[in-house]
Design a protein around this ligand. Structure first.
Ligand code: NAD
Length: 246
């Protein structure tokens, strides 16, 4: 599973699951491009120095994935500093939960822009830099498969991520680039720390493995899909959810 010397960009990776993916790929020998929004610079630079401590190259490239021009600039910077991009993980995502009836435009549109329009903005601009054997991994969610109360906006984007993944897999297969999605369930993170205790214990009853997942569980799935071992897997959705959605 040699990833030594490969370049990997993970969007929204200053913290959370994206950071864990960056650390796991760095431990395999990948050079890492940490992307996040400018306001996350301090946290992103801490992540960069943690990764450099693992003996690989690491850089922070600020960009707002919901903005096309910002992603174009990011692509130029990545090209100049790294030349090629072997692994792209579209991970950046936000939630703004509310039942549809009460949901205001300020809760609908940003979620669509950050979670779904970003796939076009980021991937369109970086695709030309991804060589034969490259990997694109998009982070969906079980909410995009089963739906979730209060998440019409979020679930729509995560279902969209799956459609994007399958379509792009068909387009770039001839270039030996694989495109897959990872659909996490409930994973310990800032996102799930917001869930009230009472609701969390109800959720645990629905998870066959009776525990919340860890960021490394998701990062290890990303590592597998990024590896040579997954070279004949494309257009798939790998659920990492303790069995909640099968
Ligand atoms: P998080 O909030 O901890 O991290 C998300 C990161 O994305 C943050 O660093 C944030 O600054 C960054 N980001 C937000 N908007 C951005 C933008 N416009 N441009 C660039 N970066 C931006 O969240 P997380 O829990 O680590 O989630 C990561 C991904 O996993 C998301 O796509 C999320 O939907 C998905 N996911 C998470 C869970 C979970 O349980 N945590 C479950 C299913 C799916």
């Amino acid at each position: 599973m040699s990833m030594k010397g490969k370049n990997a960009l993970i969007t929204g990776s200053a913290r959370g699951l994206g950071k864990e993916m960056a650390l796991v790929l760095a431990k395999e020998g990948c050079n890492i491009i940490i992307n996040d929004i400018e306001v996350m610079k301090e946290e992103a630079l801490k992540t960069v120095s943690e990764i450099k401590g693992l003996g690989v190259k690491a850089e922070f490239v600020a960009a707002d994935v919901s903005n096309f021009e910002s992603c174009k600039k990011m692509a130029d910077e990545v090209k100049q500093k790294f030349g090629k991009l072997h692994i792209l993980v579209n991970n950046a995502g936000i939630t703004k939960d509310r039942t549809l009836k009460k949901m205001v435009p300020e809760e609908w549109y940003p979620v669509i822009n950050v979670n779904l329009n970003s796939l076009y903005n980021v991937t369109h601009n970086l695709l030309g830099m991804i060589p034969e054997g490259g990997r694109i991994i998009n982070i969906s969610s079980v909410a995009g498969i089963s739906g979730n109360f209060g998440q019409t906006n979020y679930a729509s984007t995560k279902a969209g991520v799956i459609g994007f993944t399958k379509s792009l897999a068909k387009e770039v297969g001839k270039l030996k680039i694989t495109v897959n999605a990872v659909a996490p369930g409930f994973i310990k993170s800032a996102m799930t720390d917001k869930i009230p205790m009472e609701m969390l214990s109800q959720i645990l009853q629905l998870i066959p493995l009776r525990e919340i997942g860890q960021p490394t569980d998701v990062a290890n799935a990303v590592k597998f899909l990024a590896s040579d071992d997954a070279k004949y897997i494309s257009g798939m959705v790998l659920k990492v959810d303790g069995g909640i959605s099968f």
